[in-house]
Design a protein around this ligand. Structure first.
Ligand SMILES: NC(=O)c1ncn([C@@H]2O[C@H](COP(=O)(O)O)[C@@H](O)[C@H]2O)c1NC=O
Length: 534
């Protein structure tokens, strides 16, 4: 069994100085000697804490603007020395053991996030001495405690207080793992940043040369933290977990807080993401109901209660057991409507008021999530798709046309109502799996045909669904996520009663497709941008 370590000497060297004074005070009160580097030492001294400078301890000054300060055998020997095996060599070279290392690293991420960051700034913010101490202490966790996170200071103080300056092996091992997670993330960040400049750097250029960024580094480092283990994966014979970004910048399913309900499953999370990302597309109060990764009802209206009503009417059959997302605070009236009418797996909204919480509490199994407001937060980034043996990486699909980008290609121009319907329908189609066909009118989806291998079948399915729910297709707008390869899709739409069409255009047979629309007096617009979703 591994022994507790008695802490007698600590080295504190931190960029993020949050909580360091409180920690140092607690250490000093316990009689622990504190060694520290320039900025950290002067802060501690200002707070009345007795500190020994690392430079005094090593007998060597900090040099090269701090590039070399802790890189010394008296520091690394003190951290790495095995107390049982190396004690004689430590004595011989007058190396005093360092039992506690508290380090956090130069703020590389914050530095490169600045718009005016130069390569020189980035390079100066690559910490060398810090990670070296962190890795050394983590490697020698048998004798040393490494602490990289200010949020762990309290646990350290508590354990020192309760066990006469002893730290258990359990805590040392746990924090050693955290330390390697921390340095791995740090190295990954640096490699990604520099990798993005690879083809761009003119190696002859001056220090402040203007760097263009390429989106895709040579090696892709993805660091995520496990948020939760899931009961199982897509199917019950697959185990699964949910990993999230370290520093989530945008309200999302990853940052959402669960207010109540059963534990989220793999499919719940995937479908909630689909619903939430779709509802973000709308400015007006909106509701999106998703089933198996596809919207089965989407609507906008004056209130989210009305929007829910309309979204539900699109396809009540599929809405059963669905995932419902809103882009406004969930209120009691809307919550009541939902739970009195249908079985729902997940409801997500930027916020949930107390009335709504009370109403949903009547159905304890319903998973209720609050994700916060995303306005002004939409972050660029990558989308990933795993294939066997690799990963496809692309930019997030932020593409969206507005009405002024549309090109009218038919004899008839859409009227104002048709134009609104076309824009709404197009936004929905972006979130429907290919081949996607969406029919809608007056801010309500009327039929959704998703994920078919041929576009004409998606159109047929949209029509069948509308008919089954007694919804009127006559006068609807139709969106197609990609161009029509043949005129048959337009002919089918016309016979269903569609009067306006939005699609990217770009088929070899666009002329034939436009002629078909003209024959049926359909107003058709091209977006010049498609939204395949696989
Ligand atoms: N060069 C070194 O020997 C060295 N030793 C520690 N550091 C870093 O210096 C920072 C603390 O510096 P200061 O105490 O001067 O504010 C920490 O982020 C620590 O990781 C170093 N800096 C960079 O490599």
């Amino acid at each position: 069994m591994q022994q507790s370590t008695s802490i007698q000497r600590a080295l504190l060297s931190v960029s993020d100085k949050t909580g360091i004074v409180e920690l140092a005070k607690a250490l000093a009160e316990k009689g622990i000697e504190i060694l520290s580097t320039g900025g950290t030492a002067s802060l501690l001294r200002q707070s009345g804490i007795t500190v020994k400078d690392v430079s005094e301890h090593t007998g060597h000054p900090e040099i090269m603007d701090g590039r070399v300060k802790t890189l010394h055998p008296k520091i690394h020997g003190g951290i790495l020395g095995r107390r049982d095996i190396d004690s004689r060599v430590m004595e011989k070279h007058e190396i005093a053991p360092i039992d506690l290392v508290v380090v956090n690293l130069y703020p590389f991420a914050a530095t490169v996030a600045k718009e005016d960051c130069t390569l020189e700034d980035a390079i100066e913010n690559i910490d060398i001495g810090g990670p070296t101490m962190v890795r050394a202490a983590a490697k020698n966790h048998k004798d040393v405690l490494i602490v990289v996170n200010p949020s762990d200071y309290k646990a350290v103080i508590d354990e020192l207080s309760s066990s006469a300056n002893q730290i258990s092996y359990k805590l040392r091992f746990d924090y050693a793992v955290k330390a390697f997670e921390h340095t791995a993330q740090y190295e990954g960040m640096i490699a990604d940043y520099l990798g993005k400049q690879l083809n761009k750097v003119d190696h002859e250029c001056e220090d402040n040369c203007d760097l263009e960024h390429s989106l895709f580094p040579r090696t892709l480092n993805i660091q995520m933290t496990k948020k939760q283990e899931l009961r199982y994966g897509e199917n019950s014979h697959q185990s699964a977990a949910f990993y999230v970004e370290h520093d989530i910048q945008e309200a999302s399913v990853a940052s959402a807080v669960q207010i109540q309900g059963k534990a989220l499953s793999f499919n719940n999370i995937a479908d909630t993401d689909s619903a939430l990302e779709c509802v973000k597309e709308f400015e007006e109060p909106a509701c999106v109901i998703v089933k198996h990764a596809n919207p089965c009802g989407v609507a906008i209206s004056q209130t989210i209660s009305q929007a829910y009503e309309l979204a539900y009417q699109t396809d009540p059959t599929s809405a059963f057991g669905g995932i419902i997302a809103f882009n406004r605070e969930l209120d009691g009236e809307t919550a009541e409507k939902i739970i009195s009418r249908q079985f729902v797996e997940v409801i997500i909204a930027p916020s949930v008021n107390d009335d709504a919480k009370e109403v949903i509490a009547q159905k304890q199994n319903v998973r209720l999530l609050e994700c916060g407001d995303w306005r002004g937060q939409l972050t660029e980034g990558h989308d990933f798709k795993r294939v066997n043996g690799g990963m496809l990486v692309q930019e997030r699909d932020f593409g969206m046309v507005d009405a002024s980008d549309l090109k009218v290609v038919t004899k008839r121009t859409p009227n104002a109502q048709e134009l609104e319907d076309l824009m709404f329908t197009w936004k929905v189609a972006k979130y429907v799996k290919s081949n996607a066909i969406v029919y809608s009118k007056a801010g309500q989806t009327i039929g959704v045909g998703a994920g078919q291998m041929s576009r004409v079948y998606s159109a047929k399915i949209a029509g069948i669904k509308a008919a089954d729910e007694n919804l009127v297709v006559e006068g609807c707008a139709m969106a197609s996520d990609a161009f029509f390869p043949f005129r048959d899709g337009i002919d089918a739409a016309a016979s269903a009663g569609i009067t306006a069409v939005i699609q990217p255009g770009g088929s070899m047979r666009d002329d034939e497709v436009i002629a078909a629309a003209d024959e049926h007096n359909i107003a058709m617009v091209f977006t010049g941008m498609r939204h395949f979703k696989h």
